[in-house]
Design a protein around this ligand. Sequence first.
Ligand code: SF4
Ligand code: SF4
Length: 373
Amino acid sequence: MIYQAFKDIKVSRLGMGNMRLPSLAGEKGKFPLDYSESARMIDAAIKGGVNYFDTAYVYQNGDSERCVGEAMKRYPRDSYYLATKFNYRANPDYKAVFAEQLERLQTDHIDFYLLHCMTERNIDSYLTCGCIEYFEQMKKEGKITYFGFSSHAQPETLRRFADAHDWDFAQIQMNYLDWEFGTTEEEYNILTERNIPVIVMESVRGGRLSSLTPQLDEELRKAQPTWSVSSWAFRWLMTHDNVLVMLSGMSTMDQVVDNLKTFEKDNALTKEQSDFLIDIAHRFKEGFTVPCTACRYCTPNCPMQLDIPSLLKVYNDYKYNRRWENNLKDVEEAKQPSNCVGCGSCKEHCPQNIDIPSYMAKLAKLNETGKEE
Ligand code: SF4
Ligand code: SF4
Protein backbone atom coordinates (compact mmCIF):
# COMPACT_ATOMS: atom_id res chain seq x y z
CA MET A 1 0.00 0.00 0.00
CA ILE A 2 1.21 3.48 -0.77
CA TYR A 3 0.68 6.24 1.80
CA GLN A 4 0.60 10.01 1.80
CA ALA A 5 1.68 12.30 4.61
CA PHE A 6 -1.07 14.55 5.97
CA LYS A 7 -0.40 16.87 8.95
CA ASP A 8 1.28 14.49 11.40
CA ILE A 9 -0.22 11.24 10.12
CA LYS A 10 0.06 8.98 7.08
CA VAL A 11 -3.07 7.93 5.23
CA SER A 12 -3.40 5.17 2.70
CA ARG A 13 -3.87 6.59 -0.80
CA LEU A 14 -6.68 4.11 -1.34
CA GLY A 15 -9.69 4.87 0.83
CA MET A 16 -12.51 2.41 1.27
CA GLY A 17 -15.85 4.04 0.43
CA ASN A 18 -18.72 2.33 2.22
CA MET A 19 -21.75 3.59 0.34
CA ARG A 20 -22.26 0.47 -1.75
CA LEU A 21 -21.63 -2.31 0.71
CA PRO A 22 -23.09 -5.68 -0.31
CA SER A 23 -26.65 -6.39 0.66
CA LEU A 24 -28.44 -9.53 1.76
CA ALA A 25 -31.08 -8.76 -0.84
CA GLY A 26 -28.38 -9.38 -3.45
CA GLU A 27 -28.58 -5.85 -4.80
CA LYS A 28 -25.59 -3.57 -4.37
CA GLY A 29 -26.17 -0.77 -1.92
CA LYS A 30 -29.65 -1.85 -0.94
CA PHE A 31 -30.94 -2.48 2.56
CA PRO A 32 -30.42 -4.71 4.59
CA LEU A 33 -26.65 -4.97 4.39
CA ASP A 34 -24.66 -8.14 4.46
CA TYR A 35 -22.66 -7.37 7.62
CA SER A 36 -20.54 -10.47 7.47
CA GLU A 37 -19.47 -10.03 3.82
CA SER A 38 -18.90 -6.31 4.43
CA ALA A 39 -16.69 -7.13 7.42
CA ARG A 40 -14.78 -9.67 5.31
CA MET A 41 -14.11 -6.96 2.69
CA ILE A 42 -13.06 -4.47 5.36
CA ASP A 43 -10.72 -7.09 6.85
CA ALA A 44 -9.12 -7.65 3.44
CA ALA A 45 -8.72 -3.90 2.95
CA ILE A 46 -7.05 -3.53 6.34
CA LYS A 47 -4.80 -6.49 5.64
CA GLY A 48 -3.82 -4.79 2.38
CA GLY A 49 -2.87 -1.62 4.26
CA VAL A 50 -5.98 0.58 3.84
CA ASN A 51 -6.40 2.85 6.87
CA TYR A 52 -9.01 5.36 5.57
CA PHE A 53 -12.68 4.32 5.81
CA ASP A 54 -15.37 6.66 4.54
CA THR A 55 -19.06 6.60 5.31
CA ALA A 56 -21.90 9.11 5.86
CA TYR A 57 -25.01 9.64 7.95
CA VAL A 58 -27.24 8.97 4.95
CA TYR A 59 -25.46 6.04 3.28
CA GLN A 60 -27.63 2.98 3.00
CA ASN A 61 -30.24 4.34 5.41
CA GLY A 62 -27.61 4.76 8.12
CA ASP A 63 -26.73 1.08 7.95
CA SER A 64 -23.35 1.86 6.39
CA GLU A 65 -22.26 3.72 9.56
CA ARG A 66 -23.58 0.91 11.76
CA CYS A 67 -21.86 -1.73 9.66
CA VAL A 68 -18.55 0.14 9.60
CA GLY A 69 -18.84 0.62 13.38
CA GLU A 70 -19.36 -3.11 13.93
CA ALA A 71 -16.49 -4.09 11.66
CA MET A 72 -13.99 -1.53 12.92
CA LYS A 73 -14.53 -2.07 16.64
CA ARG A 74 -12.52 -5.29 16.28
CA TYR A 75 -9.41 -3.21 15.52
CA PRO A 76 -7.40 -0.85 17.76
CA ARG A 77 -8.93 2.63 17.36
CA ASP A 78 -5.59 4.23 16.57
CA SER A 79 -4.89 1.83 13.67
CA TYR A 80 -7.34 3.42 11.18
CA TYR A 81 -9.06 6.70 10.28
CA LEU A 82 -12.81 7.10 10.13
CA ALA A 83 -14.46 9.64 7.86
CA THR A 84 -18.14 10.47 8.05
CA LYS A 85 -20.42 13.35 7.12
CA PHE A 86 -23.19 15.64 8.33
CA ASN A 87 -25.96 16.13 5.79
CA TYR A 88 -28.06 19.25 6.45
CA ARG A 89 -30.86 18.17 4.14
CA ALA A 90 -31.29 14.77 5.82
CA ASN A 91 -31.43 16.23 9.34
CA PRO A 92 -30.49 19.82 10.17
CA ASP A 93 -30.08 19.02 13.91
CA TYR A 94 -26.27 18.79 13.75
CA LYS A 95 -25.81 18.14 17.45
CA ALA A 96 -28.21 15.18 17.43
CA VAL A 97 -26.74 13.84 14.19
CA PHE A 98 -23.18 13.97 15.50
CA ALA A 99 -24.15 12.21 18.76
CA GLU A 100 -25.97 9.52 16.79
CA GLN A 101 -22.98 9.03 14.49
CA LEU A 102 -20.60 8.45 17.40
CA GLU A 103 -23.04 5.85 18.69
CA ARG A 104 -23.51 4.15 15.31
CA LEU A 105 -19.77 4.06 14.73
CA GLN A 106 -19.10 2.94 18.31
CA THR A 107 -16.37 5.50 18.78
CA ASP A 108 -15.60 8.62 20.80
CA HIS A 109 -14.16 10.59 17.90
CA ILE A 110 -14.25 10.99 14.12
CA ASP A 111 -10.91 11.48 12.39
CA PHE A 112 -12.15 13.15 9.19
CA TYR A 113 -15.50 14.91 9.54
CA LEU A 114 -17.22 16.47 6.52
CA LEU A 115 -20.15 18.69 5.70
CA HIS A 116 -21.81 16.52 3.11
CA CYS A 117 -22.53 17.41 -0.51
CA MET A 118 -22.24 21.20 -0.45
CA THR A 119 -24.12 22.63 -3.45
CA GLU A 120 -25.70 25.89 -4.61
CA ARG A 121 -28.90 24.78 -2.86
CA ASN A 122 -27.47 24.28 0.62
CA ILE A 123 -24.36 26.49 0.85
CA ASP A 124 -26.14 29.21 2.81
CA SER A 125 -27.67 26.70 5.21
CA TYR A 126 -24.24 25.25 5.94
CA LEU A 127 -22.71 28.69 6.39
CA THR A 128 -25.40 30.11 8.67
CA CYS A 129 -26.98 27.24 10.64
CA GLY A 130 -24.23 27.17 13.27
CA CYS A 131 -22.90 23.72 12.39
CA ILE A 132 -19.43 24.96 11.45
CA GLU A 133 -18.96 26.60 14.84
CA TYR A 134 -20.31 23.51 16.58
CA PHE A 135 -18.01 21.11 14.72
CA GLU A 136 -15.06 23.42 15.39
CA GLN A 137 -15.97 23.13 19.08
CA MET A 138 -16.03 19.32 18.68
CA LYS A 139 -12.56 19.60 17.17
CA LYS A 140 -11.33 21.52 20.21
CA GLU A 141 -12.83 18.82 22.45
CA GLY A 142 -11.02 16.08 20.51
CA LYS A 143 -14.18 14.55 19.08
CA ILE A 144 -13.22 15.59 15.55
CA THR A 145 -9.62 15.56 14.38
CA TYR A 146 -9.85 17.09 10.89
CA PHE A 147 -12.76 19.10 9.53
CA GLY A 148 -13.65 19.46 5.86
CA PHE A 149 -16.46 19.19 3.36
CA SER A 150 -17.53 17.37 0.23
CA SER A 151 -18.72 19.36 -2.75
CA HIS A 152 -20.92 18.86 -5.78
CA ALA A 153 -21.07 22.59 -6.43
CA GLN A 154 -20.00 24.62 -9.43
CA PRO A 155 -16.51 26.19 -9.20
CA GLU A 156 -17.72 29.67 -8.17
CA THR A 157 -19.71 28.21 -5.28
CA LEU A 158 -16.80 25.99 -4.30
CA ARG A 159 -14.53 29.05 -4.28
CA ARG A 160 -16.93 30.87 -1.96
CA PHE A 161 -17.18 27.93 0.42
CA ALA A 162 -13.44 27.25 0.37
CA ASP A 163 -12.82 30.87 1.40
CA ALA A 164 -15.46 30.85 4.12
CA HIS A 165 -13.51 28.76 6.62
CA ASP A 166 -10.09 27.32 7.37
CA TRP A 167 -10.74 23.78 6.10
CA ASP A 168 -8.37 20.88 6.73
CA PHE A 169 -9.36 19.04 3.54
CA ALA A 170 -12.09 18.79 0.92
CA GLN A 171 -13.65 16.01 -1.12
CA ILE A 172 -14.57 16.46 -4.77
CA GLN A 173 -15.62 14.29 -7.69
CA MET A 174 -12.49 13.70 -9.72
CA ASN A 175 -11.70 11.34 -12.58
CA TYR A 176 -10.22 11.69 -16.05
CA LEU A 177 -13.62 12.00 -17.73
CA ASP A 178 -14.83 14.89 -15.53
CA TRP A 179 -11.40 16.50 -15.70
CA GLU A 180 -11.49 16.52 -19.49
CA PHE A 181 -15.15 17.36 -20.04
CA GLY A 182 -16.42 18.83 -16.75
CA THR A 183 -15.29 21.41 -14.22
CA THR A 184 -13.03 19.18 -12.12
CA GLU A 185 -9.75 20.78 -13.17
CA GLU A 186 -10.99 24.19 -12.03
CA GLU A 187 -12.28 22.74 -8.75
CA TYR A 188 -8.98 20.96 -8.10
CA ASN A 189 -7.05 24.16 -8.78
CA ILE A 190 -9.29 26.20 -6.44
CA LEU A 191 -8.47 23.79 -3.60
CA THR A 192 -4.80 23.42 -4.48
CA GLU A 193 -4.26 27.20 -4.60
CA ARG A 194 -5.65 27.33 -1.05
CA ASN A 195 -3.50 24.43 0.18
CA ILE A 196 -6.57 22.31 0.84
CA PRO A 197 -5.73 18.63 0.25
CA VAL A 198 -8.17 16.73 -1.93
CA ILE A 199 -9.98 13.52 -1.11
CA VAL A 200 -11.29 12.09 -4.37
CA MET A 201 -14.76 10.63 -4.76
CA GLU A 202 -16.15 9.03 -7.91
CA SER A 203 -12.66 7.93 -8.94
CA VAL A 204 -14.23 5.52 -11.44
CA ARG A 205 -17.45 7.52 -11.86
CA GLY A 206 -19.74 5.09 -10.07
CA GLY A 207 -18.20 2.17 -11.97
CA ARG A 208 -18.55 3.76 -15.40
CA LEU A 209 -14.78 3.87 -15.87
CA SER A 210 -14.42 0.22 -14.87
CA SER A 211 -15.59 -0.79 -18.31
CA LEU A 212 -15.80 1.61 -21.25
CA THR A 213 -16.68 -0.16 -24.49
CA PRO A 214 -15.47 -3.63 -25.53
CA GLN A 215 -13.13 -2.06 -28.09
CA LEU A 216 -11.69 0.62 -25.80
CA ASP A 217 -11.32 -1.87 -22.94
CA GLU A 218 -9.39 -4.09 -25.31
CA GLU A 219 -7.08 -1.23 -26.29
CA LEU A 220 -6.36 -0.50 -22.64
CA ARG A 221 -5.71 -4.18 -21.93
CA LYS A 222 -3.43 -4.44 -24.93
CA ALA A 223 -1.42 -1.46 -23.70
CA GLN A 224 -1.09 -2.89 -20.18
CA PRO A 225 -2.19 -6.54 -20.01
CA THR A 226 -1.94 -6.83 -16.22
CA TRP A 227 -3.93 -3.66 -15.41
CA SER A 228 -7.70 -3.63 -14.96
CA VAL A 229 -9.64 -0.92 -16.79
CA SER A 230 -10.51 0.82 -13.50
CA SER A 231 -6.87 0.82 -12.37
CA TRP A 232 -6.12 3.25 -15.24
CA ALA A 233 -8.43 5.76 -13.52
CA PHE A 234 -6.59 5.44 -10.21
CA ARG A 235 -3.18 5.61 -11.84
CA TRP A 236 -4.28 8.79 -13.63
CA LEU A 237 -5.35 10.27 -10.27
CA MET A 238 -1.95 9.38 -8.79
CA THR A 239 -0.35 11.91 -11.15
CA HIS A 240 -1.96 14.78 -9.17
CA ASP A 241 0.17 15.88 -6.23
CA ASN A 242 -2.63 17.44 -4.17
CA VAL A 243 -4.68 14.24 -4.13
CA LEU A 244 -4.49 12.80 -0.65
CA VAL A 245 -6.85 9.81 -0.73
CA MET A 246 -8.68 8.17 -3.63
CA LEU A 247 -11.96 6.66 -2.53
CA SER A 248 -13.43 3.61 -4.12
CA GLY A 249 -16.94 2.54 -3.17
CA MET A 250 -16.38 -1.19 -3.05
CA SER A 251 -19.22 -3.68 -3.36
CA THR A 252 -17.41 -6.95 -3.91
CA MET A 253 -14.31 -8.74 -2.73
CA ASP A 254 -13.03 -8.79 -6.32
CA GLN A 255 -13.03 -4.98 -6.33
CA VAL A 256 -11.12 -4.90 -3.03
CA VAL A 257 -8.50 -7.29 -4.39
CA ASP A 258 -8.14 -5.40 -7.68
CA ASN A 259 -7.86 -2.02 -5.91
CA LEU A 260 -5.24 -3.33 -3.48
CA LYS A 261 -3.18 -4.54 -6.42
CA THR A 262 -3.38 -1.09 -8.06
CA PHE A 263 -2.17 0.61 -4.88
CA GLU A 264 0.64 -1.82 -4.08
CA LYS A 265 3.14 0.75 -5.29
CA ASP A 266 3.20 4.23 -6.78
CA ASN A 267 2.11 3.48 -10.30
CA ALA A 268 1.23 6.92 -11.60
CA LEU A 269 0.77 7.09 -15.36
CA THR A 270 3.58 8.48 -17.45
CA LYS A 271 2.86 11.51 -19.65
CA GLU A 272 2.56 9.19 -22.64
CA GLN A 273 0.13 6.88 -20.84
CA SER A 274 -1.96 9.86 -19.68
CA ASP A 275 -2.20 11.17 -23.25
CA PHE A 276 -3.26 7.73 -24.43
CA LEU A 277 -5.96 7.56 -21.73
CA ILE A 278 -7.29 11.02 -22.58
CA ASP A 279 -7.53 10.01 -26.23
CA ILE A 280 -9.52 6.95 -25.10
CA ALA A 281 -11.75 9.27 -23.01
CA HIS A 282 -12.53 11.42 -26.05
CA ARG A 283 -13.46 8.41 -28.13
CA PHE A 284 -15.55 7.04 -25.26
CA LYS A 285 -17.51 10.29 -24.96
CA GLU A 286 -18.01 10.58 -28.71
CA GLY A 287 -19.58 7.15 -28.63
CA PHE A 288 -22.49 8.13 -26.44
CA THR A 289 -23.09 11.81 -27.10
CA VAL A 290 -24.51 13.65 -30.11
CA PRO A 291 -21.73 15.51 -32.00
CA CYS A 292 -23.58 18.84 -32.12
CA THR A 293 -21.19 21.78 -32.52
CA ALA A 294 -23.87 24.40 -31.76
CA CYS A 295 -23.35 26.00 -35.19
CA ARG A 296 -27.12 26.74 -35.32
CA TYR A 297 -27.47 26.08 -39.08
CA CYS A 298 -30.53 24.02 -38.23
CA THR A 299 -32.53 26.50 -36.16
CA PRO A 300 -33.76 29.05 -38.77
CA ASN A 301 -35.53 26.22 -40.59
CA CYS A 302 -37.47 24.83 -37.67
CA PRO A 303 -41.17 25.71 -38.07
CA MET A 304 -41.62 25.22 -34.31
CA GLN A 305 -38.64 27.48 -33.50
CA LEU A 306 -37.08 24.90 -31.22
CA ASP A 307 -33.69 25.75 -29.77
CA ILE A 308 -32.20 22.55 -31.19
CA PRO A 309 -28.57 22.87 -29.98
CA SER A 310 -29.73 23.66 -26.43
CA LEU A 311 -32.03 20.65 -26.49
CA LEU A 312 -29.25 18.43 -27.80
CA LYS A 313 -27.06 19.71 -24.97
CA VAL A 314 -29.73 18.61 -22.49
CA TYR A 315 -29.63 15.19 -24.18
CA ASN A 316 -25.83 15.02 -24.03
CA ASP A 317 -25.79 16.03 -20.36
CA TYR A 318 -28.25 13.24 -19.67
CA LYS A 319 -26.12 10.69 -21.56
CA TYR A 320 -23.01 11.89 -19.76
CA ASN A 321 -24.50 11.86 -16.28
CA ARG A 322 -26.92 8.98 -16.88
CA ARG A 323 -29.54 10.80 -14.82
CA TRP A 324 -32.89 12.22 -15.82
CA GLU A 325 -34.31 14.55 -13.21
CA ASN A 326 -36.79 16.78 -14.97
CA ASN A 327 -33.89 18.08 -17.10
CA LEU A 328 -36.23 20.11 -19.37
CA LYS A 329 -37.86 22.06 -16.57
CA ASP A 330 -36.30 25.36 -17.68
CA VAL A 331 -37.57 25.04 -21.27
CA GLU A 332 -40.82 26.88 -21.95
CA GLU A 333 -43.82 24.84 -23.05
CA ALA A 334 -43.82 26.02 -26.68
CA LYS A 335 -40.12 25.13 -27.06
CA GLN A 336 -40.34 21.63 -25.59
CA PRO A 337 -39.07 18.83 -27.88
CA SER A 338 -42.54 17.26 -27.85
CA ASN A 339 -43.55 20.10 -30.23
CA CYS A 340 -41.30 18.69 -32.97
CA VAL A 341 -43.47 17.76 -35.96
CA GLY A 342 -40.77 15.60 -37.54
CA CYS A 343 -40.60 17.65 -40.75
CA GLY A 344 -36.85 16.96 -41.02
CA SER A 345 -35.90 20.36 -42.42
CA CYS A 346 -33.34 20.82 -39.61
CA LYS A 347 -31.64 17.57 -40.57
CA GLU A 348 -31.05 18.75 -44.14
CA HIS A 349 -29.04 21.70 -42.86
CA CYS A 350 -26.96 19.90 -40.26
CA PRO A 351 -23.30 19.56 -41.36
CA GLN A 352 -22.87 16.80 -38.75
CA ASN A 353 -25.70 14.72 -40.26
CA ILE A 354 -27.42 14.45 -36.91
CA ASP A 355 -30.81 12.80 -37.01
CA ILE A 356 -32.33 15.66 -35.03
CA PRO A 357 -36.01 14.57 -35.15
CA SER A 358 -35.09 11.23 -33.56
CA TYR A 359 -33.34 13.02 -30.68
CA MET A 360 -36.34 15.33 -30.22
CA ALA A 361 -38.49 12.19 -29.91
CA LYS A 362 -36.06 10.64 -27.40
CA LEU A 363 -36.12 13.83 -25.31
CA ALA A 364 -39.91 13.98 -25.41
CA LYS A 365 -40.06 10.37 -24.23
CA LEU A 366 -37.55 11.05 -21.46
CA ASN A 367 -39.57 14.04 -20.35
CA GLU A 368 -42.72 11.97 -20.22
CA THR A 369 -41.45 8.71 -18.75
CA GLY A 370 -37.93 9.35 -17.46
CA LYS A 371 -36.74 6.60 -19.82
CA GLU A 372 -35.22 6.82 -23.27
CA GLU A 373 -36.64 3.63 -24.76
S1 SF4 B 1 -37.90 17.98 -37.42
FE1 SF4 B 1 -38.55 18.92 -35.51
S2 SF4 B 1 -36.78 20.01 -34.79
FE2 SF4 B 1 -36.43 19.58 -36.93
S3 SF4 B 1 -37.17 21.38 -38.03
FE3 SF4 B 1 -38.85 19.95 -37.96
S4 SF4 B 1 -39.97 20.51 -36.12
FE4 SF4 B 1 -37.99 21.49 -35.94
S1 SF4 C 1 -26.95 22.11 -37.45
FE1 SF4 C 1 -26.37 20.21 -36.41
S2 SF4 C 1 -24.43 20.68 -35.42
FE2 SF4 C 1 -25.36 22.64 -35.98
S3 SF4 C 1 -26.53 23.25 -34.16
FE3 SF4 C 1 -27.92 22.12 -35.46
S4 SF4 C 1 -27.80 20.02 -34.72
FE4 SF4 C 1 -26.03 21.10 -33.92
